[in-house]
Write a protein of this length. Sequence first.
Length: 444
Amino acid sequence: GPQPMRPGSRASARGSQLLCEGRSARHGPLVCSAVGKEIFLYVSESGRKLSVLEGSKGPVTCLLGSGTSLFSGSVDRAVRRWDLETGNNIAELKGHDGSVWCLELIQDVLCSASEDATVICWDLESGARLARLTQHTSPVRCLLDVGGAILSGSDGGTLICWDLKSFEPIAKTEAHTCAITCLLHVERGGSVFSGAADGSITRWNQHCRDAANSLEGHVQWITCLLATEEWLFSGSRDGTIKRWDLETCVLTVSLELGTISLRKPAGFLVATEEGSVCISKMPEGEKFIKVDHEGGSMSFLASNGLFLSASPGGAVGAGSESIGDEERFDVMAHRDGTISLRTTYGTYLSVGATADAGAGVSAIHCDEDIPLDPEKFNHCLIEAHWSGVTCLQMVSGCLMSGAADRSVKLWDPNSGILVASLDSRTGITCLLDTGGALYAGVAR
């Protein structure tokens, strides 16, 4: 089931369909989570398990909340409607000949997509079948509301935009050469983004008649897309997150590297915007992105976007735009848990005897090449994702990502720096921000 993690504000992106919100007059906001054939209901504010909805004859594949009603799709080919006040299954909608993979609600029309290559439109209140949309030739796994029309994406790479009054196609496009894995509608500008199993992302006009941009950078399956006012974020099975300019679709940052912080008793080693390096009590600019090199050496990218460097003369700063000999360091681990940074020139980063806050940093030679206390730093290392990213969520201005590596990572979306990591017992499948708590769905 879901695990409450930390407070957060409401994000702009949809959560996974296996974790959604509902509402009960008695208990208030609810979190609904599908695990196998069962659906668990939790009180959103406290995380207390309220009840279990049983009745599906096969594993539940998707959830969709609407007020005090919950809709579920299943491998057993049925769509079910549940009353969140009573927990009763009040309707069972049958008509698909294969597993139901996706649900979408547009005004009073419920749409379901299936392994049978069709989309069925249902009347929300009566449950009557309004139409069966049949122009796909492979399983349909993605549905999206695009300004009152329904967009469907198939395993064959086809996108079809349907009019929900006539139930006829507005546009049909062979969008990708492989399965469409996720869709996102950005209201500002009316753009639609589609992600595919080959790692490609395409930007379309609202009804997908014309492709505006192709976003190349990932090398594996696109699992999730998220848009903010300025950027599009994409997550992939290649273990990376990429940030694209929402207007130009130019790749601006790839979030795939871990960070390290170096600390003395008086404070952290920090880099200023001007490029100087010192010890500070204020933990601002203390995280450095760790860049690994062949042979074991490392470089450190500061929050100002420039690399930490040490000159042959011993000057230390963070003002280099590229990596050369001065920007390469060997990390020496000591038995007491501290580390030292050895430069290309055989010197060590040193803070001096006093090491007070505000103290500068230099690179010095050590007698017999043995670092002493001034050259030793406590450190905090946060590794990036090492397996596929499954979900993205924006919470209080921070980007959060879940992955199969059993972790949720917290990123600064502006600098691309990895800030923190939350560990779970099993892989993270989805994230949901309820406005009062962040919930993570985990693999069984």
